[in-house]
Write a new protein. Structure first.
Length: 47
């Protein structure tokens, strides 16, 4: 039974890590887009 629990915990950890990696990618993409939009706003304000 202990082996099953260890395998389950490891799979659960791997799923959490995968989700965190997906979130990191999404956050980086969002930050880049916010930066781009901020630069566009500044450009519009200068005209």
């Amino acid at each position: 039974m202990i082996l099953i629990e260890e395998v389950y915990e490891r799979l659960e950890d791997e799923l959490v890590i995968k989700k965190l990696e997906e979130n990191i990618y999404a956050i980086r993409s969002l930050r880049a887009e916010v930066k781009r939009l901020g630069e566009a706003v500044v450009s519009l304000q200068e005209t």
